[in-house]
Each structure stands twice: as C-alpha cells, then as structure tokens.
Design a protein around this ligand. Structure first.
Ligand code: PMP
Length: 448
C-alpha cells in the first residue's frame, strides 16, 4: 500500500523545501492520522512529532477541543469575504489578540501564512511613512542570519544564504546588521554581554541610515530557520529604544517564537518591549489551519484613516483573510492557554529537555547545547577546539534525521543543528525517548 502511494505522490507532487531527487533514496513517509504528539504512517508505524510539524503544533494532533471548535464553526460559516463583511470569530479573536500581545498593539490585519504577514508589515511601514510625506524612507534593516519567509519581500529581509542567495538579483536592497547570536561569542563572555556588544554595529547603521529606513525587522530571541541561533533579550531593549530615538519602526516577527515557545507568551515580553508591528502565524491556530495576523499600533492605523479620495488606504488583501475556521481554531487555542497553566507546565518540560541533554555539552563533536524555553538546539561541529564546522555537503544532520525516523521520532535538523521544538503536551518520558534517539543519531552522524 505504502509504495503505491509513494509512486503516485512522486508522479505528481513537488514537495516544499526539498531536492526531489533525494527521494530516489530517501523514503517519503505517508501519514494517515495524528493524535497528541504522535503521527502514524499508512503502515501503522508511529513517530513522535518532536518538531511540531514545522513549529506549528502546540497542543497535539487531533486535539479534542480544537477539533470540536472547528467542527462547530464548520456548520455555521466556512468562509466569507472580509472586505465589507465581518464575523464573530474574527472579531473575538482580534479582541483577544490585542489583549494578550504587548501594550500598544491595538489593530489586527489578517493574512493566511507567515510570509504574507511579514509582507503586510513591510508594506504598511513603508506606506505609513509615505502617508506622512516622508518619501525618502524606502529601505529596511534586517539582521544577519535571519529568516522571515519565502515571498520576495520576506526573502529580501532574510539573510540565510541557502534560501536567499539564488534570488539575490530579484530582491530589495536591504541593510544588514550583524546578528546578536551568541554562538560565536568569545570564551568567558556572557550571552548578555555579547548581545549588547553586537548592538554597537546596529546603532551605527541606524545613525547612518535613519532618513532612508522605514523599519528594522527582527526575530525576537531565536533565529529559528537560521540554525536555531539564540541571543539575549537585552538586544531587543536596546533596539526598541534606538528605533524610537531615530524614528524607525520595529517589526517583531514572532511567527515561530510566539505563543509560548521561548517561555513567555511572546518573546518580546522577556525584554519588556512593544514593537510597532508584530507578525504571528504558525501556533496561532494551534497548528491546524493557515492563518496569520500582523498587529500594529493605533498611530500606524491613524496614518491610513482618511477620505477615500486622498488615496491613503492600505489596499492589500488575501482571498482567505480572516478565515472563520482558522479563527475558531485560534480561539480554541487561546482558550487552552487561558484555562490551563500551559506556560507553567512548560517550565518543567523545558527543564527536563535541559537536564537530559546537559551531558551533550561534553560530547567531542557537539559545539553547544542552547535553549530558550521550549526550543532546544544541539550544534554538531567537526573540530571543537578550532570551531571548524562540518562541511554542509556532508549532510550530517540528514543522518540524524534518518536514524530518528527508524526509531519512531521526527527530528528535522537544520544543517548540523539538531533541535527539539515539541508540542506542549509532550510528556517527560517522551522527551527522554526523543533525546535518547537524538543522542544515538549524533553518535552515528559524527562517527567518521
Ligand atoms: N518568519 C519566521 C520567523 C518563520 O520561522 C517563518 C516560517 N518558518 C516565516 C516567517 C514564514 O512563515 P510561512 O512559512 O507560514 O510563510
């Protein structure tokens, strides 16, 4: 049965982020159902989804509460145009998002995937300054090794060469600041000291380019697609203050880190800052449906509010903007956060992840084990002393991936970085299974 499906799939599908030729040797796995942390293939083999299916799932597959909410909504309204029309789920969701996000964010503009939410923030920031008569502001500052999505605008403010380089000629001329990422800090330097140090270069760029820059865009605390590199919240505080000083917007892309991933509901809370724009998606619907939202301040909203003839409106739309099914999944997700001590429980799970991986710090081919809350990353390295990385062509992470699949765990390393980003309903015993499999995989992948 399995091979029949595989043949049919490979005859007509083109899978995301995949060199399709890999599937000549790499098995494609057909999933027929999911429950909790588990996904099950058509042969009945089960896998622990340790990466939350690309970082989206929060409370498990087939979560009864979210399932029920979507089913109830389905019998009322599946979708309706959001221009000129509205519906109760999108209104309630917007009220609740305004309530739980950092102070000052008071408006919700919806899209249907993370990249589009970033496009909204970029276009809206640029347009805001135009509406104010500031025509020189046409550029953005982004952080080295950042990732904000695959559409051309989002790719323009991303800086992971693997995804960006080939499309370089098509992209906006973005200004890139060094990353506050702490991996390459000098021995003995703390995360905080290093991230603060890295801010000096950002400050210089802000001073030099203030007149032409609309906004700085940043992934708070963790550069997820950028190999799960991490930094200290102090950088965000410095950045917020400097953006205010130089009249530049701050866009926080919490698409991956929002909804509790770093320990707080939103990563910005750890720096006690409010951005001008916040982009959310992934966990927004508990990992169920494609929905994204860009929140912004009242000041930004006001700059577009005028007589139609003045042509200041934000004439941007997506067909599935504010889809009611997605909103009902999001409301059920927020109900779970409101009704259960999720973040408190995650402290225990995060500690469990920490404790079980601590010994890997001593592994001869592990450069670092780093963690922010429910994201834990293990970076393999060829030479620990000289910090020489494994050549990417060796695809060591892929070896870990293959090993883990054989053992019933879905890990999907980024280059030489193995990471855990599990659903919040994972148990300590399941974390132990995942960690043991990851350790075996690392031993195997670094053996020669
Ligand atoms: N921003 C960040 C920080 C992300 O991690 C991602 C997705 N990995 C995106 C934006 C893009 O979201 P999407 O894949 O839904 O377009």
């Amino acid at each position: 049965m399995n091979s029949n499906f595989v043949d049919r799939d490979l005859a007509v599908l083109w899978h995301p982020c995949t060199q399709m030729k890999d599937h000549e040797t790499l098995p494609l796995i057909l999933i027929q159902r999911g429950e909790g942390v588990w996904i099950e293939d058509v042969d009945g083999k089960r896998y622990i989804d340790a990466i939350s299916s690309w970082w989206v799932n929060l409370f498990g597959h087939a979560n009864p509460r979210i399932n029920a909410a979507i089913k109830a909504q389905l019998d009322k309204l599946e979708h309706v145009i959001l221009a000129g029309f509205s519906h109760e789920p999108v209104i309630t969701l917007s009220e609740r998002l305004v309530q739980i996000t950092p102070e000052g964010l008071s408006r919700c503009f919806y899209a249907d995937n993370g990249s589009s939410a970033v496009e909204v923030a970029l276009k809206m920031s640029f347009h805001y300054w135009r509406n104010l008569g500031q025509y020189k502001k046409t550029r953005f500052i982004s952080i080295d090794n950042s990732y904000h999505g695959e559409t051309l605008g989002a790719l323009s403010v991303g800086n992971v060469p693997l995804y960006r380089e080939i499309y370089g000629p098509l992209l906006l001329d973005t200004i890139v600041a060094p990353s506050p990422d702490c991996f390459d800090r000098e021995p003995g330097v703390s995360w905080e000291a290093h991230s603060r140090q890295q801010f000096a270069a950002m400050e210089t760029l802000l001073v030099r380019h203030a007149e032409e820059v609309c906004a700085v865009i940043i992934e708070p605390l963790v550069q997820c697609a950028g190999y799960m590199r991490m930094y200290h919240p102090a950088y965000l505080s410095l950045l917020r203050a400097a953006c205010d000083r130089y009249g530049i917007h701050l866009i926080a892309d919490e698409i991956a880190v929002g909804f509790g991933r770093t320990g707080t509901m939103f990563a910005c809370e750890q720096a006690d800052i409010s951005p001008d724009f916040m982009c959310l998606s992934k966990g927004l619907t508990g990992g169920y449906l494609p929905l994204a939202v860009t929140l912004m301040t009242d000041e930004i909203y006001r700059a577009f509010y005028d007589d139609y003839e003045n042509l200041t409106a934000f004439l941007h739309s997506h067909s599935y903007t504010g889809n009611p099914l997605g909103c009902s999944a999001a409301l059920a997700t927020l109900d779970i956060f409101a009704g259960q001590p999720v973040l408190e429980n995650n402290v225990t799970l995060a500690k469990c992840m920490h404790d079980l991986t601590e010994d890997l710090q001593e592994h001869p081919y592990v450069a670092e084990v780093r963690q922010h809350g429910m994201i834990l990353a293990i970076e393999m390295i060829k030479d620990k002393k000289s910090r020489e990385p494994y050549p990417w062509q060796e695809r060591r992470g892929l070896k870990v991936y293959r090993h883990a699949l054989g053992k019933g765990v879905l890990l999907r390393p980024l280059g030489n970085v193995i990471y855990l980003m599990p659903p919040y309903i994972i148990t300590p015993e399941q974390i132990e299974t995942v960690v043991n499999v990851a350790k075996e995989g690392i031993d195997l992948a670094t053996r020669d």
